[in-house]
Design a protein around this ligand. Structure first.
Ligand SMILES: NC(=O)c1ccc[n+]([C@@H]2O[C@H](COP(=O)([O-])OP(=O)(O)OC[C@H]3O[C@@H](n4cnc5c(N)ncnc54)[C@H](OP(=O)(O)O)[C@@H]3O)[C@@H](O)[C@H]2O)c1
Length: 254
């Protein structure tokens, strides 16, 4: 049995609560958050605390709090020499206060409040200061998914930059596409098959081989027409920057 204290009440805390609760070999002994919020409607009131001094003993303290709060929250934990992990993609493990045995439990996925996830498909990146804790984190991860990776803080930081391009930036581009459709009375759904095929294709062949469009073809008049159409300065700048990046990636072939 692995005993967990889960700190935080945001998106990751709620998804981890659901995933941990579903495992008979994991017990969530307590949750901490500033507002005393329950992480699930069926959670017992007494298992949530707002008080660091009343934290119970556990095998792992999982801090699912904002990146900037990791150092502060870890320093509020009054005990020493217990395994305390954060869930961030980019914060170094050493940010956790040195009185603890430090570790990381980073689920590499995008989590929102309103969407559910299948944890079995999610890679979890783990790191720990000592081998015994690494084995325990491996065991915890393996109860949720078969994709557990031992990744150093340096590798995780690089991975997180890649993830920002793969998810956060593409999502923002989808947002722009949605806005352009809305502004011109076109249903965004008309782009769904294209978006779906874009994702399906880069899993089958490399993203570099999958590139199409006016930038790679260097269709100069189409590129000009598109830019004249974009009245929003930020959208036009993004269009120009990405067009330039595509052209320089394939420059030798044009
Ligand atoms: N969302 C994702 O897709 C995702 C994916 C992988 C990893 N992560 C990582 O998971 C961690 C949590 O992210 P999230 O998306 O769950 O964030 P979130 O939904 O914004 O929740 C942040 C949580 O941190 C708490 N918090 C902030 N400052 C605090 C402080 N000074 N003391 C105590 N609690 C504090 C907030 O408490 P209040 O409610 O009281 O403000 C809230 O419960 C971050 O390290 C993030 O990088 C997120």
């Amino acid at each position: 049995m692995i005993r967990i204290v889960l700190l935080g009440s945001g998106k990751i805390a709620k998804h981890l609560y659901a995933a941990f609760s579903a495992q008979p070999e994991i017990t969530i002994v307590q949750c901490y958050n500033r507002k005393g919020t329950k992480l699930s409607h069926d959670q017992a009131d007494e298992s949530v605390t707002r008080d660091y001094t009343s934290l119970k003993e556990a095998d792992i303290y999982v801090m699912a709090v904002s990146d900037d709060a990791i150092e502060e929250v870890s320093s509020h934990l009054l005990f020493n020499d217990r395994l305390v992990v954060h869930t961030s993609g980019s914060v170094p493990m050493q940010t956790i206060h040195s009185k603890h045995n430090r570790g990381v439990f980073y689920p590499l996925q995008t989590f929102s409040k309103t969407t559910s996830v299948d944890f079995k498909t999610i890679p979890v990146c783990i790191e720990a200061e000592n081998n015994e804790d690494l084995i325990l984190l491996k065991k915890l991860g393996s109860l949720l998914t078969n994709k557990v990776h031992v990744i150093s803080s340096e590798q995780r930081n690089v991975l997180h930059v890649a993830a920002v391009f793969a998810n956060n930036f593409t999502n923002h581009l989808f947002t722009i596409a949605n806005e352009i459709c809305c502004d011109n009375d076109i249903p965004f759904e008309i782009l769904h098959p294209l978006i779906q095929e874009t994702i399906t294709k880069i899993i089958k062949i490399s993203p570099k081989s999958a590139q199409t469009g006016p930038a790679i073809r260097n269709d100069v008049s189409t590129l000009k027409r598109h830019q004249q159409l974009l009245t929003d300065t930020t959208q036009r700048e993004i269009y120009q920057t990405i067009t330039k990046a595509i052209q320089s990636t394939y420059g030798k072939k044009l």
